[in-house]
Design a protein around this ligand. Structure first.
Ligand SMILES: [Zn+2]
Length: 332
């Protein structure tokens, strides 16, 4: 494999930075965030359905939106996948376990185990999805949504595109008003990879990543914090930092750390947003029902970038660039 080109790293993406960050860290099977950090949202990456960059108004289709409200989009919304039944999960587990036992007896004696341990949940879930035994459309009783912001730490150790510490708060509050169960504001800070000279590249990447995080959290005024949050925020704030290494892009290698500055509480606006939530669920169910049971994960729901088309669709394969099946245009 060719070493990764510097221009393909997240730091170099300019206006596409948030899009590439979401695709690389969330919308992938091998996410470095898989199984970690996003649990407080009720997520279990990568065994999820994920809606990416869906305009509010397409999720709220059929609801009479006030003219000036809900003009943005939801960076990520999603929920977990489930097997059609607990028996199906057990059946997949048994298949894999039998297979491991079968292989075990064929091994040379010195490698053979006395007892073969049960397969890891990742492989069982994977087989459940691949044998199209997930509940589809999925149960939509828990949906979490997040707003995403992405900054980067350049090679001269300067934090770039650091927006105001308030940035993203209004968008996160709008998500609460749409009635999602939990809402997060994810702030990513990635690093530009540097030549580590005689030092271990991973050590340097981790060091730069932690410096970037400290800097993001600091503020010139010691009374203030670099990222503003309040103990009563209706959404959670997560800071994620990735130290990139030369040669491999962020989803292939690097050092990821994350910290919830404020854990996402159950959305206090959910009850008053019940009408909107019901519309979102209905629209999602309609979109999902048009698609056969997916056999790969994560299942991506994308929005056509052509507003005249206005389609929202389940991607045939887990590719965040999968074109719109109605008109062939790219998704947002
Ligand atoms: Zn389209």
């Amino acid at each position: 494999m060719e070493p990764a080109d510097l221009k393909d790293y997240i730091f170099a993406q300019e206006e596409k930075r948030e899009r590439v960050t979401v695709n690389r860290f969330i919308a992938t099977q091998g996410s470095l965030l898989a199984g970690r950090f996003t649990r407080p949202l009720g997520w279990s990456l990568p065994f999820m359905w994920l809606g990416l960059r869906i305009p509010h108004r397409r999720l709220l289709r059929g609801y009479n939106c006030p003219p000036k409200k809900f003009k943005g989009d939801v960076d990520i919304l999603g929920g977990c996948l489930e097997p059609v039944s607990p028996e199906e999960y057990e059946r997949c587990k048994a298949i894999l376990w039998e297979e491991d036992k079968r292989i075990n007896v064929t091994l040379p004696e010195e490698y053979r185990k006395n007892e073969v341990s049960p397969p890891a949940p990742y492989y069982i879930s994977r087989l459940v999805v691949e044998s199209s035994k997930i509940k589809w459309p999925p149960d939509l009783t828990h949906i979490a949504a997040t707003e995403v912001k992405a900054a980067y730490y350049d090679k001269t150790a300067v934090l770039k595109h650091k927006e105001s510490e308030y940035n993203g708060r209004d968008q996160a509050k709008t998500l609460c008003r749409m009635g999602f169960d939990r809402v997060g504001l994810m702030r990513f800070v990635v690093t530009e990879p540097i030549d580590s000279g005689k030092f271990n590249p991973w050590m340097i990447a981790a060091h730069r990543s932690s410096k970037a995080m400290d800097e993001y959290l600091s503020h010139p005024d010691p009374q203030k914090q670099g990222i503003y949050f309040e103990p009563h925020d209706p959404y959670g704030t997560l800071l994620i930092s990735n130290g990139a290494v030369l040669g491999k892009l962020e989803d292939m290698a690097g050092d990821v750390t994350a910290k919830w500055l404020h854990q996402p509480p159950p959305n206090p606006y959910k009850e008053q947003a019940a009408e909107l939530r019901a519309v979102v669920e209905k629209n999602l169910r309609d979109i999902m029902s048009c698609h056969p049971v997916p056999t790969s994960f994560p299942i991506l729901i994308l929005a056509c970038s052509d507003n005249n088309c206005g389609n929202v669709y389940v991607a045939a394969v887990p590719n965040p660039d999968q074109p719109c099946p109605a008109c062939g245009q790219k998704p947002y």
